[in-house]
Design a protein around this ligand. Structure first.
Ligand code: DAH
Length: 341
C-alpha cells in the first residue's frame, strides 16, 4: 500500500504539472479525491487492515489526501490567475480605433436597374407604368391581338399552356395593351415591363423566361412619325448618346399594320463588331401602328383614334447595355456576376 501511495503521489504531481485548464484540474481531482477516486478507495480499504498496518499507513494516507488537496488547489489558483492575466492582456490589446470591416450590403439586380431606367425615361415623356398578369388567357395573348385560333402566327410563339383550359404563360407583354385599352379612354400612353415565357431550349441567348417591355400610345392623329421619334428618344436616353441614328425596316406582327423593325446604330463600334455582327446596326425595337382589329378588341373606335405600339426585348437591351454575353447569368443568382451591378 505504501508503494501505491507513492505512485499516486508522483502521478498526481505529474498530471497537475501538465494540466492547462480548470476542466483538466477538476478531472484530476475527481480521479484522486472523488467518490470513486484512488485515495478515497484506499481510505475505504483501511477497514480491512490490521491495527499495525493501520497505524503505519493511516497517517501516510491522510498526508497524501491533504497534500493532494493543497497541490490541486494550488494548480487551480495558478490557472485562474493565468486566465485573468490573459484576459487583461487581451483587453489591453483591444484597439477600439481599429476600422471595422463594412457590413455586407445588398444591391439591385441588373433587371431592377434597367427597368427603373426605362421607367424613368418613359415617365419623363408622360407615359404611365402598367402591370399585367403572367398567367393569361388565350384572348389577351392571342385573340384580341388579331391572332385568331389556327392562325399561323401562333407558331411564332412557343407557348407554355397550363392545365386550365385556355390559360397560358404570356408569351409577350402585348397582353397588357388590351387590358390598358379596356380600362382607359384615349389619350392613352403607357409601358408595361414584365416577365414573359416561351418554350425554348436554353442557351447563351435564349431562355424560357425573359423580360419584355410593351408600349402603347393612342390618340387622335397619331402617325408612324411619333413611333419613330419615340423609339429614337428612348434609345438615345437609355444608351446615353446625344445622337443616335435609327433605321426602319418592314416587319410583320399581326397586331400592327404597318409593322416595323427599328434598328439603332451600333453603340459599341463605328465599323462593325461582334455585337452588331459587322453590320453596324442592332435590331432593338419592333413596333407599328395598332391594327384596327386590336383597337376594336380593346373597345376603342378605329375611325376616331389611331395609335402605335412597340414591344422590345428588355432582356436583350439589358444584355446590350451592360455587356452581358450569357442570358443564363441573369437568373443564375451567381454573386460574382451580380456584385458587379
Ligand atoms: N409582342 C411582340 C413579340 O413578342 C413584340 C412586339 C412587336 C410588340 C411589335 C408590339 C409590336 O407591340 O407593335 O414578338
Amino acid at each position: 500500500m505504501q508503494k501505491t501511495i507513492k505512485t499516486i503521489e508522483t502521478q498526481l504531481h505529474d498530471q497537475l504539472a501538465h494540466a492547462t485548464s480548470l476542466k483538466e484540474v477538476e478531472e484530476i481531482r475527481l480521479a484522486v479525491l472523488g467518490k470513486k477516486g484512488s485515495v478515497t478507495q484506499l481510505l475505504a480499504q483501511m477497514k480491512e487492515l490490521s491495527l499495525d498496518d493501520k497505524k503505519a499507513v493511516g497517517p501516510l494516507l491522510q498526508e497524501l489526501r491533504q497534500a493532494a488537496e493543497v497541490s490541486i488547489n494550488k494548480r487551480r489558483d495558478f490557472l485562474v490567475q493565468q486566465e485573468a492575466q490573459a484576459a487583461t492582456v487581451k483587453e489591453q490589446l483591444f484597439d477600439v480605433t481599429v476600422g471595422v470591416s463594412k457590413a455586407q450590403r445588398g444591391h439591385l439586380h441588373p433587371y431592377t436597374h434597367i427597368v427603373e431606367e426605362i421607367q424613368r425615361i418613359f415617365l419623363s415623356m408622360g407615359y404611365e407604368i402598367w402591370d399585367g398578369p403572367e398567367v393569361e388567357t388565350d384572348f389577351y395573348n392571342f385573340g384580341a391581338l388579331n391572332i385568331p385560333q389556327d392562325h399561323p402566327a401562333r407558331d411564332m410563339y412557343d407557348t407554355f399552356w397550363t392545365d386550365a383550359a385556355g390559360h397560358l404563360l404570356r408569351t409577350h407583354t402585348s397582353t397588357v395593351q388590351i387590358r390598358a385599352m379596356q380600362e382607359r379612354k384615349p389619350p392613352i400612353a403607357g409601358i408595361a415591363p414584365g416577365r414573359t415565357f416561351r418554350h425554348e431550349a436554353v442557351d447563351a441567348s435564349h431562355d424560357y423566361q425573359f423580360m419584355q417591355c410593351e408600349g402603347l400610345f393612342i390618340d387622335k392623329n397619331v402617325t408612324v412619325g411619333h413611333l419613330f421619334a419615340t423609339a429614337q428618344t428612348f434609345l438615345k436616353a437609355l444608351f446615353e448618346k446625344d445622337t443616335l441614328d435609327i433605321r426602319i425596316r418592314p416587319g410583320f406582327f399581326p397586331f400592327v399594320e404597318p409593322g416595323f423593325e427599328i434598328d439603332m446604330r451600333c453603340v459599341f463600334c463605328k465599323n462593325g463588331c461582334s455585337v452588331c455582327k459587322q453590320s453596324t446596326w442592332i435590331e432593338v425595337f419592333p413596333g407599328g401602328m395598332v391594327h384596327p382589329n386590336v383597337l376594336k378588341a380593346g373597345g376603342i373606335d378605329p375611325d376616331q383614334y389611331a395609335g402605335f405600339a412597340f414591344g422590345f426585348g428588355l432582356t436583350r437591351l439589358a444584355m446590350l447595355k451592360y455587356g452581358i454575353d450569357d442570358i443564363r447569368l441573369l437568373y443564375s443568382g451567381k454573386l460574382k456576376f451580380l456584385e458587379q451591378f
